[in-house]
Write a protein that binds this ligand. Structure first.
Ligand code: TYD
Length: 210
């Protein structure tokens, strides 16, 4: 299973991923927790460049995709081949939301670059943690340059995630998190993952029969 986690700043992705990984490991699963941009030395070095310096939107896009190509090939693909569960903090949908919707770069170009960087592999399940951006920004510690972009920028990102989820309800699950504690968010995520995993299994079995 390849599960990605998305959302605007301060939505609580990292806490959820930690809690989920612990639950899955306790139930005997092999779990790899990773993140974008990053997850491996080359990509972590690119992360340091992207998050703390201002640059042209297109430069930023190529750096995210370069980091992703390295991360996918060296971390995600081998783990999936070994039948591990991969929990990834941000992935291709972040690029569509941030560089596409918020920075205004062409979505079709981003879809193509995402495909190249990931050899066309999409996540099996994408969990979006949704909350008003003002609440998230107030929670976020240690702001990076995206947090400093302000509320209008973050609202474009939020809207983009909700639109992506609406377009692809099979892969996406949106969890509203404003009034839910971390245990509650984890329980909702587990419920969604179990349901979606069953649907994927049923779909695969149907495909085999044909
Ligand atoms: P991070 O500090 O990890 O933020 P968060 O905890 O909110 O995930 O920084 C990652 C930042 O990079 C985040 O602001 C979103 C941004 N980003 C993009 O703009 N495009 C991308 O493709 C990815 C993966 C992240």
């Amino acid at each position: 299973m390849f599960i990605t986690f998305e959302g605007t700043e301060g939505c609580g992705k990292s806490t959820l991923i930690q809690n989920l990984a612990q639950d899955l490991r306790e139930s005997g699963k092999h779990v790899v927790v990773t993140r974008e941009p990053g997850g491996i030395t080359v990509a972590e070095n690119i992360r340091n460049i992207i998050l703390h310096q201002s640059m042209e939107p297109l430069t930023e896009l190529f750096l995210y995709e370069a980091a992703r190509a390295e991360h996918y090939k060296k971390v995600i693909e081998p783990a999936l081949r070994d039948k591990k569960w991969v929990l990834c903090d941000r992935f291709t949908d972040s690029t569509l939301a941030y560089q596409g919707a918020a920075r205004g770069l062409d979505t079709k170009m981003i879809i193509k670059l995402n495909e190249f960087a990931t050899e066309g592999r999409e996540p099996d399940i994408t969990i979006v943690l949704d909350l008003p951006v003002e609440v998230g920004l107030a929670r976020a510690k240690d702001p990076n340059k995206f947090e400093a972009e302000g509320i209008a920028f973050q609202n474009k990102v939020r809207k983009a995630y909700l639109a992506l989820a609406k377009k692809n309800p099979k892969r996406f699950e949106v969890i509203p998190v404003e009034d839910v504690d971390p245990e509650g968010v984890c329980a909702l995520a587990i419920h969604a993952i179990v349901e979606k995993a069953q649907a994927l299994k049923a779909q695969a079995a149907k495909g085999k029969k044909k």
